[in-house]
Each structure stands twice: as C-alpha cells, then as structure tokens.
Ligand binder design. Structure first.
Ligand code: ARG
Length: 447
C-alpha cells in the first residue's frame, strides 16, 4: 500500500495489510467531514504557538475548506492504496501544497485525530437523533390529545384488566421518550468534550493550546487528562449506545403493541391499506411490516452496548487497534435509528383508531373495579364489594357502567400531557446546539 503515513523503508506484507485495514476505509467515510474540521482547528492552534507561519495557515485552511466542500458534495473518496481518512486528507494537502501539507501533523497522532473525529460525528448525529425523537414525541402527544376520550381495554398478563384509553397509550410512549431524552442529553454532554491534544494518549512536548481547539470546535470543555482522553475511546461509544438503546427500547415496545392492536383478534387500530404489505400466496393479506421492521431494527440497536462492551472487553489503558472495530457497529447505528424514528412518526400519524371497541360485551369485566370502588365509596367494605362484584361476574349478571371516574394525575381523566411536554421542553433547553452550529460556521469562515 503506497502513501502510508508511517512508511519507513520497507513494504508491509499484503495479507497483513488487507487484514489490518479491513472495512476501516468504508467506516472512515462517515468521519471525513469531521476529520477536516478537526484539522482546521489543530492547525489554527499550531499557528498560534509558532509551529506554522500565518501564510502557511491561510493556504492550508483554504485547501481544507475545499476538501470539506468535497465531503459535503459527496465527492470525497479514500483512494485505493490509501490507508484511512487521516492519510487521505494529508495526501490531498501535500498533492496541492507540497511539503506544507506534511506540517499539519505536528503535535498530533491518529489516535487523538480519530477520537476527535468520532466526537464530532457523534455530536452531530446525536443532534439529529434528538430532532427525530422530538418529532415522534410531538406526533404522539398530538394523537394522545386527539383520542383522549376513546377508551380501550388495559391488560395485565395479556388478560383484559381495567379501562385504559388511546390517550393514555399514545401519551405513555411520549413520556417514555421524554425520559429517553435524559439519556441522550447525558450522552451528548459526555461526547461534547475535546480529546484533541492528547496525541497518542500521553500528550506532546509542543506547547499545545487545548483550550483554543476546544473553543474552535465548540466543545463544552475538554477530556482533561490525556490518558483519560484515550480511555474515552469505546467508553463514549458504549454510553452513547446505551442512550440509543433506550430510545430503541421505547420504539420496539410501541411497535409490538401496535402489531398486537392491529391484529384482527384485537382490531383496536387499523393501518390504511397503502401502508401495509401483501403476501405472495394469501390474497387477503395486509401486513403491518412497518411495525415489525421497526421492532427488529430497534431490537438490533438494543444489542449495541453489549456488542461494543464485548469488543473492548478487558482492554487495559492505552490505544489498541481493537478499537477500530467498534466503528463498524457504532457508526451505521445512527442512520438506522433515525430511519426507525422518522418511520414511526410517519406511521403513528397514519394509524386509525377504533372508537367502538368497548361496544363488544366481552370487555365488560374491565369495569369491575369501577363498580367495586363505587360500592366502597358508598360505605361497603372494599373486600365485601369485591366479593359481590366477583360473584356477579361469575353468575353472568354483572352490568358494566361504561362511565369512568378517574381524575388523579396521569390517569384517563387527566392525562397531564402539558406536564409531559414540560419535561421534554426542559430537557431540550439543556442541549445548546446553537453553540456548536456557531463554532462550526466560524471555523469554516461562514459568518
Ligand atoms: N484506524 C485507526 C482506528 O480507528 C486509526 C488510528 C490508528 N492508530 C494507530 N496507532 N494505528 O483506530
């Protein structure tokens, strides 16, 4: 392989080369844009400490900006024979600017370079995941309010239990997302710290100004201890994966509920036919594949923290090539989750609700507790009321009163959706995405 950054006069065995690169070039394509941003910040700092001349910096920044545009236009490639994204960017600079291109790596290692790329990529992707979660949340709250008075049976043990409502069902998943958002925020805050300047994991004898690159890249602060900065590789991915997994858990559960409720034996919800799929043999089929795929893809995402944990299991302190493999499971997960989230919002919007489920007398027993409570409120001891109603149900003489009287917070009569909205809004206020967007614009000189 030509163009190795670590070329020192001997050829590496081809099989070793094939195996050590593996799928890394494909994975590095996710990072290209961020590799360029990281380099822009690094060389701006190098100039400030006298390791580059002003005019050198200007030339390098202009060229890096061109490469950034190439990435944005989808035209960036890692050429055959080039080891990784870091080598490709340096190669493009040296082709254009000669020896000047080779100056950018002072005080840096690919170890902190890939760390900063991963942080910038993940930060960006988390911002998009947050947006998608918010859109699904809005859709669920809207449906919850729309169907707040439409009753349906609630279940325990998959046996009819007590009256519930579509308002409660949709709202429950909205509140679940509000909780998931706290994990996303923790993940975001942990991600938004600068590892650049940790070099190979032990710092540099150059007087690197890490505060400066932290500000230039719009990080909240830095991973201070250089050894910890390197230790963060894998830990950041695993913790972010936990946040993605909790969102995916909400989606998977919701999808399974929807499949069940859409089954003819339940018939609680219905999908417009253009949102279903067919069978090659059974002409009547209208299958809810969308929910099934959301469920499976979300379950796959729930395995991500474990996959990452096992890849890096028991690694001691310091960089190891093992860490490269985490990229293969971690980087593609964001697109998968975002796709599931936007599909979920789309299909929840289309779902049609059966307003007449409880017309079927098979559901009458769900009102038994209401009746027991009514008797108890009128003075009958609870256990006696329970027995009276139980015997009536056994004898088939129980008369269900469909009028329910739940008023306490969070129940059918008082969904508290405005309070759930407040939970979500308070969390969203804590992200401060605008700081990141500002910093990136400034770095690219777009103000
Ligand atoms: N492809 C490598 C990774 O993802 C980049 C860092 C290489 N560093 C090294 N010391 N070999 O980890």
């Amino acid at each position: 392989m030509a163009n190795k950054l670590w070329e020192k006069g001997f050829e590496v065995n081809k099989e070793i080369e094939r195996f050590t690169v593996g799928r890394d070039r494909e994975m590095d394509m996710y990072l290209a844009k961020y590799d360029v941003l990281g380099s822009m910040a690094h060389i701006t700092m190098l100039e400030s400490i006298g390791l580059l001349e002003k005019d050198e910096l200007t030339k390098l920044l202009a060229e890096l900006k061109n490469i950034y545009r190439t990435c944005e236009q989808g035209e960036f490639v890692i050429e055959d024979g080039v080891e990784d994204v870091h080598s490709q960017v340096e190669l493009m600079l040296t082709r254009k600017l000669g020896d000047l291109g080779k100056k950018i790596h002072s005080g840096r290692s690919r170890n902190d370079q890939v760390l900063v790329d991963l942080k910038l990529f993940t930060r960006h992707e988390l911002m998009e995941v947050v947006d998608e979660v918010k859109s699904l949340f809005d859709e669920l709250i809207q449906k919850s309010n729309e169907y707040k008075d439409v009753l349906m049976p609630g279940y325990t043990h998959l046996q009819i239990a007590m009256p519930s409502s579509f308002g409660l069902w949709f709202g429950a998943y909205a509140e679940s997302l509000a909780d998931d958002m706290l994990f996303l925020q923790a993940a975001y805050k942990m991600t938004n710290r600068n590892p650049l300047g940790s070099a190979a994991g032990y710092g540099s004898s150059f007087p690197l100004n890490r505060t400066m690159t932290t500000e230039l890249l719009g990080f909240d602060s830095m991973d201070y201890n250089v050894v910890y900065a390197q230790m963060g590789r894998g830990k950041m991915e695993r913790n972010v994966a936990f946040a993605l997994a909790t969102v995916a858990g909400t989606l998977a559960k919701m999808a399974f509920d929807a499949c069940l409720m859409n089954c003819q034996n339940f018939g609680f919800v219905h999908l417009p036919k253009e949102c279903t799929t067919g069978s090659s043999i059974m002409p009547h089929k209208k299958n809810p594949d969308v929910f099934e795929l959301i469920r499976a893809k979300s379950n796959k995402i729930q395995s991500l923290p474990q996959q990452i944990m096992l890849i890096m299991n028991n690694l001691p302190v310091g960089y190891f090539r093992d860490l490269q493999i985490i990229k293969e499971v971690f980087l593609p997960a964001f697109d998968e989750l975002k796709d599931c989230l936007s599909m979920a919002a789309y299909i929840i919007n289309k779902i049609e609700v059966n307003r007449h489920i409880l017309d079927n007398p098979m559901y009458d027993p769900i009102f038994s507790v209401e009746e027991v409570n009514r008797l108890a409120a009128n003075g009958m001891p609870f256990r006696d009321a329970y027995k009276k109603v139980g015997l009536e149900i056994e004898a088939g003489t129980f008369k269900a009163d469909h009028h329910i009287h739940h008023t306490h917070e969070g129940s059918i009569g008082n969904l508290c959706n405005d309070r759930i909205q407040e939970l979500m809004d308070n969390t969203l206020d804590g992200f401060h995405f605008e700081r990141v967007e500002e910093a990136e614009r400034r770095l690219l000189n777009e103000e």
